[in-house]
Write a protein that binds this ligand. Structure first.
Ligand code: 6PG
Length: 232
């Protein structure tokens, strides 16, 4: 598996570098095509990155923001990825409502997924290609809401789906492998000692996305990691 691994001393330095790269890639997409499509992940790790991005002098007016996955909770629920992104980024940048494409996570999971697919198709067509997908990784090697052993890991044809995550007792909506693999650029932000074993398996272990979903990569994948997660 060929991937660029960029290691930083601290989680903050890794988050800032990932944020800087994301803005660079978005700016290039806008320069080249006049518009840019970004999909972001949730959880805790991206918060520091979003906070750094929110304080940059960046023109967001041609960027459309989507989510890699979402928990099936109300958008103002503390578990909501949209809420985390709104608090750490969206509330602090100049974007119009029609640039924000959240999962309607307050709906029943299958309806939320169907609505999200419609929204993505309405903007990006039936074979959506994001300019930048920002992903994280769990300490079990999951990415998006695709966990080891998930049958949806074999789905290269559809855009998004609802999924029951038994280990968390949560319904979620997630982009599917085909969309993740088609991204023009993927930036993965992984920090913390608790990710160390999983990251070693993903980057150095045998390629098997059924076991290590975070091994799903696109044509240009860059990993932004700290020393705790990637002791070289
Ligand atoms: C989510 C995320 C998920 C995340 C990993 C890592 O909804 O939880 O999209 O895929 O990237 O679980 O989460 P942390 O950053 O909290 O470790």
């Amino acid at each position: 598996m060929v991937a660029a691994v960029l290691e930083f001393e601290t989680p903050r330095l890794a988050a800032e570098a990932c944020g800087r790269r994301t803005l660079e890639l978005l700016e290039a997409a806008v320069r080249f095509r006049g518009i840019a499509y970004l999909a972001v992940s949730g959880g805790n790790t991206p918060r520091m990155m979003f906070d750094w991005m929110s304080r940059r002098d960046f023109d967001w007016s041609s960027v459309h923001i989507f989510w890699v996955d979402e928990r099936c909770v109300d958008p103002d629920d503390v578990l909501s990825n949209y809420r985390m992104t709104r608090e750490s980024l969206l509330d602090h940048i100049a974007v119009l409502p029609d640039q924000i494409h959240r999962v309607r996570s307050e709906l029943p999971p299958d309806q939320a997924a169907a609505r999200y697919v419609d929204e993505i198709q309405g903007v990006l067509g039936d074979q959506p290609v994001f300019d930048v997908i920002q992903r994280g990784m769990g300490n079990d090697s999951h990415t998006a809401s695709l966990f080891p052993g998930e049958p949806l890991l074999a789905d290269r044809d559809h855009i998004a789906a609802s999924v029951w995550v038994a280990k968390l007792g949560q319904n979620r909506v997630t982009l599917l492998p085909g969309v993740l693999a088609r991204a023009r650029h993927t930036v993965c932000l992984v920090t913390g000692n608790e990710k160390r074993e999983a990251l070693d398996g993903v980057l150095n272990g045998p390629f098997d996305i059924r076991l290590r979903p975070a091994q799903i990569q696109s044509v240009a994948t860059e990993w932004f990691v700290d020393e705790a997660a990637w002791p070289d």
